[in-house]
Design a protein. Structure first.
Length: 231
């Protein structure tokens, strides 16, 4: 399996300590990507070694999170990780950009929690990230919504790429258990020009979130300054 690293986290699976596996490779080139070093891959690791990492962590973790990159590019390896984690009594979480609804449907029964990136209003994907995948993302949202899996939809609010009205459009066209509006941070980005874009002001995130809360009900904002804030 191609991976970009493995870490422990108390925030990647809300309320649980988790082992987080970063898969290498992504078919998208989002200009604000915060993991650009693994877009084109990472290092090869035998599945047996990853299982050993899980075993070694069992006394300290409640969950395994598979993130990326885009995990579903490596569907068979991800399936093995999820199956093994379930066998060990761990909760499982998958982060995905929604490009592979068919693959997602194949493994959804092995997942307790999905975090689905909503990059922009579905019609605006080509403009914001240069990829026409809006319909695929909608399909992926439907796969999770029709399962027993908890669904978090999340959008990184990048000034200049998105406007407050775009977030309202997203809110009116998604169905999820919680919607997260994430702060853009310019420290690590794929497009170096975005380093000139200021980090999103947490207060602006709060104001946008308050406007969409009546539409969605449960809204969270995520910033470096204040962490996770559920409104």
């Amino acid at each position: 399996m191609i991976i970009g690293g493995i870490i422990f986290s108390s925030v990647e699976y809300p309320g649980k300590m988790s082992l987080v596996i970063f898969t290498g490779g992504c078919l998208l080139k989002c200009p604000y990507c915060h993991n650009p070093e693994i877009i084109d891959g990472g290092e090869s690791s035998p599945i047996s070694d990853i299982k050993e990492e899980i075993d070694d962590a069992l006394d300290f973790i409640d969950a395994v999170v598979v993130t990326g990159g885009e995990p579903l590019m490596q569907i068979e390896d991800v399936r093995q990780i999820l199956e093994y984690s379930r066998q060990k009594g761990l909760k499982t979480k998958l982060d995905t950009n929604g490009c592979y609804p068919d693959r997602l449907s194949e493994i959804i029964e092995l997942v307790d929690y999905v975090a689905l990136d909503i990059k922009a209003p579905f019609y605006k994907y080509p403009e914001v990230i240069g990829a026409r995948i809006g319909e695929k993302v909608k399909e992926s949202m439907g796969v999770v919504a029709n399962s027993s899996c908890f669904l978090e939809c999340r959008t990184t609010y990048v000034p200049g790429l998105l406007e407050p009205g775009d977030v309202e459009n997203v809110a009116r066209n998604i169905q999820c258990d919680i919607y997260t509006l994430q702060q853009f941070r310019n420290k690590t980005v794929l497009d170096e020009r975005l380093k000139e874009t200021p980090n999103t002001d947490p207060q602006e995130l709060r104001e946008i979130a308050q406007k969409i809360k009546p539409i969605l009900g449960k809204v969270k904002i995520k910033s470096a300054e204040f962490g996770d804030e559920i409104l």
